[in-house]
Design a protein around this ligand. Structure first.
Ligand SMILES: C[S@@+](CC[C@H](N)C(=O)[O-])C[C@H]1O[C@@H](n2cnc3c(N)ncnc32)[C@H](O)[C@@H]1O
Length: 246
């Protein structure tokens, strides 16, 4: 599967409706609500570093990783000036960093890229091992409802001045996988368009499945919220935020 390669160059432009500062403030509120004042924070699947920017600006010691070199290279250029950041290329399935953190965060449905329960168990075990006792694991997922009913089996088209892209999606109920075929047409300076495509797959998880794997690993006090709030998720919540303590 090719994913987050050429798309990395246009990711920030296409995500311009996402308010990463508010997302950061939500995470900061979670720290406060759960009574931790983290110093060492690990960010998993940091992408182009949009949340990383605010975490660094706040003054935490940040370690961030992603497995896409193309995403990391955008992040690197964006975050060059921060001395409190380590940026790494790692895979969340088997990452190894020789230290433990006060908190580990992952946002924007990166966890949905883990396609089965066995791999998700390994990711959560690894997160657990990299957390200090009392530390918090904070992450969100695209909800089962969003992937199966809203995105799944739908086609979206976005027509901007210099980017035209078609997003065709298929949801397979037999394995709960949502496949996205993204077809990009990008206008060059000379007015011609270049075309490339990417295929992404996200796994739809029920809240109970995630909770049960977190518990199996040893996490305690697991909370589920409709993202950006502290309300319990509804049947039609599109993003679910989890908080779990080691
Ligand atoms: C939707 S993007 C989110 C990026 C970033 N967190 C943000 O908020 O903009 C998903 C990210 O997950 C990364 N990713 C997917 N699977 C991964 C894995 N197994 N290990 C590390 N990163 C992964 C992708 O490269 C991509 O940058």
């Amino acid at each position: 599967m090719n994913c987050y390669e050429k798309f990395a160059l246009y990711y920030d432009e296409l995500m311009d409706d996402v308010d990463y500062e508010s997302w950061f403030l939500y995470i900061k509120n979670i720290f406060k609500r759960f009574d931790i004042e983290p110093r060492e924070v690990l960010e998993i699947a940091c992408g182009t570093g949009n949340l990383t920017y605010y975490l660094c600006k706040e003054g935490y010691n940040i370690t961030s990783f992603d497995m896409s070199e193309d995403m990391l290279s955008i992040a690197y250029n964006k975050l060059l000036s921060f001395k409190n950041l380590k940026l790494l290329k790692q895979n969340m399935k088997d990452f190894k960093i020789n230290k433990q953190f006060d908190s580990i965060v992952s946002i924007c449905d990166s966890i949905n890229y883990i396609l089965n329960e066995d791999e998700l168990l390994k990711v959560f075990e690894n997160v657990y091992n990299h957390l200090k006792y009392g530390g918090l694991f904070i992450f969100d997922i695209n909800s089962y409802y969003k992937l199966s009913e809203i995105i799944g089996n739908n086609t979206f088209v976005e027509d901007r001045d210099d980017i035209y892209y078609v997003w065709q999606n298929y949801f397979d109920k037999s394995n709960n996988l949502a496949q996205f075929y993204l077809d990009f047409f990008i206008k060059n300076d000379d007015g011609n368009y270049i075309r490339f495509d990417e295929e992404h797959i996200e796994r739809a998880y029920q809240i109970e499945e995630i909770e049960s794997i977190l518990k199996e690993v040893g996490f305690k006090g697991i909370k589920k919220y409709e993202a950006f709030t502290f309300n319990i998720p509804k049947n039609n919540s599109e993003r679910i935020n989890f908080v779990a303590r080691k």
